[in-house]
Design a protein around this ligand. Structure first.
Ligand code: KIV
Length: 258
């Protein structure tokens, strides 16, 4: 059965952990969906993971729509959520509603935005598009934070405050990124919607990880991520073998030849 936003929100009351993964195309979306994740997020982290940039702020709405279209065919059961990128919702409520519509028309089931944009959440939800929130270290504000720094070391009262406001505005779930485990636990207790942690400890209602970080395909490694298979090494070794075989006249062999 397909995962819906209301069903996902209800998972908190049912005590069921929410499993989410960021993916950007059909092959990765398909393996995540096939493994039974609840949410596939087409995240604006594609700016760093796919485009090699140091932040997500250069990612455009058009790029997000392109990757939603690229991921949709692989995702049949999970809820497909798409990030509203920097510059696509901060100017006005009308801009936020229009940008959300672009991503839904590209194939997203729901959208995610970063920060305390409660009027935008309410307005997008009013058009029939479920909205996911995102608090803590919100990467689109990296320049204001002065880097990708862990938040909530002061107890996290401001993060709880933002989370409660977004919960009341109607988000169906809330990502908490790079926050102390204690602050994430306080947020999780304070809101009715499920909290989805990344670098936010074990007390969240669910977890999200970037596909490429789970399988050794990212340029960097992160304390918040765990390697579930070193596909990066397998691919490097395989690529070297291909290079050698072509150079040495081994590939293509008779079995590859018509
Ligand atoms: O862009 C992304 O992949 C995200 C997740 C890490 C939450 O926002």
């Amino acid at each position: 059965m397909r995962v819906t936003a209301p069903a996902l929100r209800a998972m908190k009351a049912q005590g069921r952990k929410v499993v989410c993964v960021t993916a950007y195309d059909t092959p990765t979306g398909r393996t995540a969906d096939g493994a039974g994740v609840d949410v596939v997020l087409v995240g604006d982290s594609l700016g760093s993971v796919l485009m090699g940039r140091s932040t997500t702020v250069g990612v455009t709405l058009e790029a997000m729509a392109h990757h939603v279209r690229a991921t949709r065919p692989g995702v049949g059961r999970a809820l497909l959520v798409a990030d509203l990128p920097f510059g696509s919702y901060g100017a006005s409520v009308a801009q936020a509603v229009e940008s959300a519509a672009v991503l839904v028309q590209a194939g997203a089931d729901a959208v995610k935005l970063e920060g305390r944009y409660t009027a935008e959440v309410e307005a997008i939800a009013k058009t029939g598009v479920p909205v996911m929130g995102h608090v803590g270290m919100t990467p689109q504000s990296v320049n204001a934070f002065g880097g990708h720094r862990v938040q909530g070391r002061d107890g996290g009262a401001d993060i709880v405050d933002d989370a409660v406001a977004l919960d009341q505005a109607g988000v169906f779930a809330l990502v908490i990124e790079l926050v102390t485990a204690e602050a994430a636990a306080a947020v999780t207790q304070a809101v009715a919607c499920p909290t989805i942690g990344i670098g936010a400890g074990p007390h969240c209602d669910g977890q999200i990880q970037v596909y490429h970080d789970l399988f050794g395909l990212s340029e960097r490694t992160f304390k918040h991520a765990k390697l579930y298979g070193d596909a990066g090494s397998v691919m490097s070794e395989g690529m070297k073998a291909y290079v050698d075989e072509v150079r040495n006249g081994v590939f293509p062999g008779p079995e590859n030849t018509f």
